[in-house]
Design a protein around this ligand. Structure first.
Ligand SMILES: Cc1cc2nc3c(=O)[nH]c(=O)nc-3n(C[C@H](O)[C@H](O)[C@H](O)COP(=O)(O)O)c2cc1C
Length: 309
């Protein structure tokens, strides 16, 4: 008999523990030629803001050793198009939807949450409080990211919590001294789950021209290069909080995903690897099932947090 892969993330039921990382899977439609996206535990969409955003100037993507540096700048279709076109498509496909939202104030997050909830356009919300790319790197000491300050994490989380009953996932940035502090702040403010990690801030320079390789100068590093950092942060946070954790950062195959589950993640998100292998996420679902069978486990919960110490 096939093992039970179903997990629950604070009210969000996922048929398996695999979702995709926001910004690496568009709105799901882009992956239609490759497989049936309803087979994923959930589809997490690109961050949605109230108004459409064009994002940063190119170049916005640079390859680095075992990684990808991006400064997309939250380009997205905006809430109206999401509600009119993207969410209906995902509903038609019977996908479980995690809507990742992004704003500039608690009020903007509240409006996004209310309208998405009212139109039944998601099964859970993920708050992107941690994107590093919207502050211009030339302005020294620009405002700290919301996700870097536990008090503002709590403020934003509380505001959205009071506006919706949808399961609420707070996405954390690794660009802090101790990621457990914002994780605990999110939990105390009513988050149902936390997801981590967003990208690590980085930069790359062309030594011949002495120009930064990204027009934005700095960007966010993702991919296998960040996996050990992400895994350690998931391990730390999973022990610090009581709410479930979604782990991500450099997951490329099922054996990577298993590491995050063993470290304590209840679910995982597959990110940058989808650009290289668009079937990666669905292959990881199958690979986890085969892993459980090989290890004579009948339920994914036997694996979660099972690190042998
Ligand atoms: C091109 C690109 C765009 C991204 N856009 C978003 C975004 O819109 N919102 C968000 O919360 N995270 C965004 N992320 C971060 C990913 O969701 C994820 O946290 C990060 O890439 C780590 O996972 P990975 O190493 O598997 O890619 C983006 C990442 C990449 C590479």
């Amino acid at each position: 008999m096939a093992a039970n892969l179903e997990v629950s993330l604070g009210g969000l039921r996922m048929k398996n523990p695999v979702t995709v990382a926001s910004g690496t899977f568009g709105y799901g439609q882009e992956y239609e030629p490759y497989y049936d996206i309803s087979q994923l535990g959930a589809v997490t969409v690109k961050s949605i803001s109230l108004k459409p955003r064009a994002g940063n100037k190119p170049p916005r993507l640079v390859e680095t050793p075992a990684g990808l540096l991006n400064a997309i700048g939250l380009q997205n279709v905006g809430l109206d198009v999401y509600l009119a076109e993207k969410a209906p498509y995902l509903r038609e496909r019977h996908a479980t939807i995690i809507a990742n939202i992004y704003g500039h104030s608690p009020d903007e997050y509240v409006e996004l949450a209310r309208r998405i909830d009212a139109e039944n356009a998601a099964d859970a919300l993920e708050l992107n409080l941690s994107c590093p790319n919207v502050h211009d790197a030339r302005k020294r000491g620009g405002a700290a990211l919301v996700a870097q300050v536990p008090e503002t994490v709590a403020l934003y989380t509380r505001a959205v919590r009071s506006a919706t009953k949808l399961p609420l996932i707070v996405k954390l940035t690794p660009n802090v001294a101790d990621i457990c502090e914002p994780a605990l702040a999110a939990q105390e403010a009513g988050a149902d789950a936390v997801s981590l990690i967003n990208t690590l801030m980085g930069m790359a320079i062309d030594p011949e021209t002495r120009h930064a390789r990204l027009a934005n100068i700095v960007g966010g590093l993702s991919g296998p290069a960040i996996r050990p950092v992400a895994l350690k942060m998931v391990w730390d946070v999973a022990r610090a909080v009581k709410i479930p954790v979604i782990g991500m950062g450099g997951i490329c195959d099922a054996s990577d995903a298993v590491q995050f589950l063993v470290a304590g993640a209840t679910a995982v998100a597959v990110g940058s690897v989808s650009f290289r292998n668009p079937r990666a996420a669905i292959e990881i679902v199958d690979g986890i099932a085969r892993y459980l069978e090989r290890h004579h486990m009948t339920d994914i919960r036997e694996l979660i947090g099972s690190l042998v110490v």
